[in-house]
Design a protein around this ligand. Structure first.
Ligand code: AMP
Length: 549
């Protein structure tokens, strides 16, 4: 028997039209680095999204299923593109502006993007790539920047504002199949070529509802969220869509992502929430230590993308800012888990839960698979690879214009679950604790050492700014940890003292013998520790390593 309920497709255009009508006065504020930021209401963003769609269709000839890329900072125009492109039946492809150029070229060609909407300040990056991007016919330029870099290139160049001017502010959005492609994002590709994840209207809609649930970010129209996480990093963790559902105001940092301007915009605009990877928060903390400012308006922040050191959470607790730790991936839209402690706990009791990666929402199922391929119990001790499935989890990668979707065996199980490559345990009450990436685990004499545990313990030392631990080959044990440490300015801690400090919280046999001071931990294009680079630096003898007895 079928239900008697209406079957209304879950479409991005419905999120847009809802936000534009019901939360018309909510705002997207874009930081300009000048006296006044730029403000636009949701109603205006909605009007302009319709104008952009008209322009793309009528002036540029964009058709359903065409890929329209963005090479943009977080700003109101990028939000307009987020809604216009999927709503008209085309596919938004956000480009990571920090990727090595050869990866960007690979990605644009693989996706066969026809149009790139770019911020003017990013033209020096885009222009030299264009001769290698045969599918790109149009470049639409938004915001300040010298446009002469595009002179003489074989593309049609348009000005974003001129393109929108005078066009109709309504659009009869097509009634699409909710399973159709809406947006795509490539993984950062630390091994092999980047892989394309294609989100559907349905997956975006359901994911946005989850982002808004109290057990996730739980914001309302009384909130302003500072969206530091780039719009090219897994749809800015779903925030641009989620905000239009509930009227949350957005504060967009544009290209002003350095700790100083971030602190300024927090003081000036008083956001109540923010989302970013740990590196951003470490940087802001150092800025606030040097030039103290009150940031306690930001009651809650979501930190994810890589393991958040407990010491960082504690530091923000002291500033009146509560951190909620979250785990996710490009393949998971990204919301996978969030670490809200169970009801009824307070203070210190909450701590053991807050430092985990958190619980799965109802839309995501998780399981742990042991080295022998068996499913492991949720007992807080059995460590295995995390596999997930759910309505906003990828079931394949994009195979290119003529290709079938790709389901590599190392990424998808035979029964269709996503293999995350993350290793951890799940407690009986459902809290996930990740100990490592499978490829970063240190295998010492048949035992596993968690690089993340060592890093977290080291970063709790008052003189340590950052620490990254990697496996290096060892004649006796197979692999041993190498600790690379960034000291705070003026700090004098020595290796023996650091190892002694580590010994307070980590078993003796896990303590690193090899140590190196580094000026900074190398980072990936989305600000995570780049352990591949550290391993290579070690192998090439580029690090000055001290071996303690
Ligand atoms: P990406 O697809 O580039 O966002 O990378 C996803 C990967 O980032 C995951 O598979 C994890 O290895 C890592 N990651 C994300 N969030 C966390 C977290 N809270 N703790 C530990 N690792 C994380």
């Amino acid at each position: 028997m079928y239900s008697t309920m209406q079957d209304v497709p879950l479409l991005v255009s419905r999120i847009l039209e809802h936000g534009r009508k019901v939360h018309a006065t909510s705002t997207v504020t874009t930081w300009t680095g000048e006296a006044e930021p730029h403000r636009r209401t949701f109603a205006e963003v909605g009007d302009r999204a319709a104008q952009l769609a008209h322009a793309l269709r009528d002036e540029l000839g964009v058709r359903p299923d065409d890929r329209v890329a963005t090479l943009m900072w977080n700003n109101a125009e990028h939000v307009e593109a987020y809604f216009a492109i999927p709503s008209m039946g085309s596919i938004l492809h956000t480009l990571n502006l920090r990727l090595p150029v050869e990866q960007l070229v690979f990605i644009v060609n693989h996706a066969a993007d026809r149009v790139v909407i770019a911020n003017g300040s990013l033209l020096p990056l885009l222009a030299p790539l264009l001769p290698h991007l045969p599918t790109v016919e149009h470049v639409v330029v938004s915001g300040p920047g010298d446009r002469s870099a595009l002179d003489g290139l074989d593309v049609r160049v348009h000005d974003y504002e001129e393109l929108l001017a005078g066009r109709a502010t309504g659009y009869a959005w097509p009634e699409l199949d909710e399973r159709q492609a809406a947006a795509m994002c490539y993984t950062s590709g630390t091994t092999g070529d980047p892989k394309g994840v294609v989100y559907s209207h349905r997956s975006i809609y359901l994911h946005s509802m989850q982002v808004n649930m109290t057990e996730s970010m739980g914001l309302t129209d009384a909130d302003t969220t500072l969206v530091v996480v780039p719009q090219f990093h897994v749809n800015a963790w779903g925030l641009p869509h989620a905000t239009f559902m509930t009227g949350i105001n957005m504060l967009m940092p544009d290209r002003f992502l350095q700790p100083g301007p971030l602190a300024e915009m927090i003081v000036a605009e008083r956001p109540t929430h923010a989302a970013a990877v740990p590196t951003i928060w470490q940087g802001l903390l150092a800025e606030l230590a040097a030039r103290p400012r009150d940031i306690s308006c930001m009651k809650n922040v979501t930190i994810g993308g890589s393991a958040c050191p407990p010491s960082l959470m504690e530091a923000y607790d002291k500033l009146g800012v509560r951190v909620c730790h979250a785990w996710g991936m490009t393949e998971t839209s990204p919301l996978g888990t969030m670490a809200h402690p169970p009801h009824g706990l307070s203070g210190e009791e909450e701590w053991p839960y807050r430092i985990t990666q958190g619980r799965f929402p109802a839309g995501v199922e998780g399981r742990l698979i042991g080295p022998g391929g068996d499913e492991l119990p949720w007992d807080g001790e059995s460590a295995g690879e995390l596999e997930v499935r759910g309505t906003w989890i990828a079931g394949a990668y994009y195979g290119g214009a003529d290709g079938e979707p790709l389901r590599p065996e190392d990424k998808f199980s035979a029964d269709g679950w996503l293999k995350t490559g993350d290793v951890g345990v799940i407690s009986a009450d459902g809290f996930l604790t990740l100990t490592d990436r499978a490829k970063d685990v240190i295998k010492s004499g048949g035992e596993w050492i968690s690089s993340v545990e060592l890093e977290n313990a080291l970063m709790a030392h008052p003189e340590v700014a950052e620490a990254a631990v990697v496996a290096v080959p060892d004649d006796k044990w197979g692999e041993r940890p190498l600790a690379t440490v960034v000291l705070k300015e003026g700090a004098t801690a020595d290796y023996a003292a650091l190892r002694e400090f580590l010994g307070l919280s980590v078993a003796k046999w896990q303590l690193p013998e090899r140590w190196a001071l580094v000026p900074a931990v190398p980072k990936t294009s989305v600000g995570k520790f780049d352990k591949k680079v550290i391993r290579r630096q070690y192998a090439d003898g580029e690090l000055e390593v001290t071996k303690l007895a």
